[in-house]
Design a protein. Structure first.
Length: 396
């Protein structure tokens, strides 16, 4: 393979790729486990996991083998035919979530689009056209398509691309009365929630609110939808974050960690929503792609109860170390979905840049530092990351 330095990679990108991303000045060329290397061979400890995608780390052996074998056997067929990896993955997701049917997409945004469509179809079938409003929470993030951008409860995203879709209203997180008021004032078919608002600041919902909101929605036949794109597949210490809330939603969206590094999303529906989605109601050329599903089968199989117990244990160790760091006011989130609220005057972006210089890759979410390490992290890697963060924070 031709060698190419970081400067050349970045120059090519800046010349030919649409500049919609605020990239960091790092060109990664390979990775293994929680380690990644740039074109010059500098090593990084990665506590971003591709924004929660590489749950099993970079290039896990079983995943690489399954993907390679499937790519060499049958890489694509379209959804006019059946494939084994797709059918097996659907079975596993239904068994793990307790729901009934799966539609495969290519991303979290597409999975949320599928949830919204299925919710509106259920309501239209039962109540007629017009009962189609979806309630989401302030500070939520549900995707970058026009519908999911509108569903996102952050005004900063609602510029430039109008007209935006009708049929969405926003209520503050943890405000049951505001939810009830919205449902009384609008023809609502569904409530869409993230159990932990990732892009909104890594803030977990209150369990009391989720329980009361679900009960209210059940009484009104309003569907409860869980956006588990970032929180699902073991990230918070359970297969789904909503398990920790005692919630069995009517529909769930999955992506990120599900594909293990390949584009894959899933809409998982209970019987009530699934029965209305017949032939022709939805589709995707690449949805259920056999190569992506082959990798995802390895990921789902790896997320055993024993594996999740280790995620919870390591999350507890990491959170304790982070709480003791200088200038950290609060550690938020659930499991290995972690936000650090820093003392006033310390910018998360500045901390990110200094960590990067010292070989630790981290993220930000609004004003907070965000950590999404691979679920396979070791105690030694926890100590290493905490040590780098301590050195960086002491410099402020």
């Amino acid at each position: 393979m031709e060698t190419i330095d970081s400067k050349t990679i970045m120059e090519l990108d800046e010349k030919y790729v649409l500049p919609t991303y605020g990239r960091n000045p790092v060109a990664l060329v390979r990775g293994k486990g929680l380690r990644a290397w740039d074109a010059e061979g500098k090593e990084y400890l990665d506590f971003t996991s591709g924004i929660g995608v590489n749950g099993l780390g970079y290039c896990p052996d079983g995943w690489v083998e399954a993907v390679s074998r499937q790519a060499a056997t049958l890489q694509h067929t379209s959804n006019l035919y059946y494939t084994r990896p797709c059918a097996q993955l659907a079975q596993k997701l239904c068994q793990r979530t307790g729901l009934d049917k799966v539609f495969f997409a290519n991303s979290g945004a597409e999975a949320n689009e599928g949830l919204i469509k299925a919710a509106r179809k259920y309501s239209a079938d039962k109540y007629g056209e017009g009962r189609s409003t979806v309630v989401t929470l302030v500070n939520s993030f549900h995707g970058r398509t026009l519908a999911t951008l509108t569903a996102t409860g952050q005004e900063v995203f609602h510029h430039y691309f109008g007209p935006f879709n009708d049929g969405f209203v926003y209520v503050p997180a943890n405000d049951l009365e505001a939810l009830k008021k919205a449902c009384e004032e609008h023809p609502v078919c569904a409530l869409l929630m993230e159990m932990v608002q990732g892009e909104g600041g890594v803030t977990a919902l209150e369990k009391g609110f989720v329980k009361e909101a679900a009960a209210y929605c059940a009484e009104k036949d309003i569907l409860v939808l869980a956006d588990e794109v970032q929180t699902g597949i073991g990230r918070t210490g359970t297969f789904l974050a909503c398990e920790q809330y005692g919630l069995v939603p009517d529909g769930i969206s999955l992506a990120k960690c599900l594909g293990g590094g390949l584009p894959l999303g899933a809409v998982v529906l209970g019987e009530k929503m699934a029965k209305g989605m017949g032939k022709g109601t939805h589709g995707s050329t690449f949805g259920g792609n056999p190569v992506a599903c082959a990798g995802a089968n390895v990921v789902v199989d790896a997320i055993s109860e024993e594996f999740l117990a280790q995620v919870r244990r390591k999350a507890e160790i990491l959170r304790a170390k982070l709480s003791a760091l200088p200038h950290v006011k609060q550690v938020s989130g659930l499991g290995l979905m972690i936000g650090l609220e820093l003392e006033e005057g310390i910018q998360a972006a500045d901390v990110l840049a200094k960590c990067q210089e010292k070989g630790l890759l981290v993220l930000t979410a609004k004003t907070r530092l965000r950590l999404l390490p691979g679920l396979i992290l070791t105690e030694a890697e926890i100590d290493e990351a905490a040590g780098i963060l301590e050195d960086v924070l002491k410099s402020f």
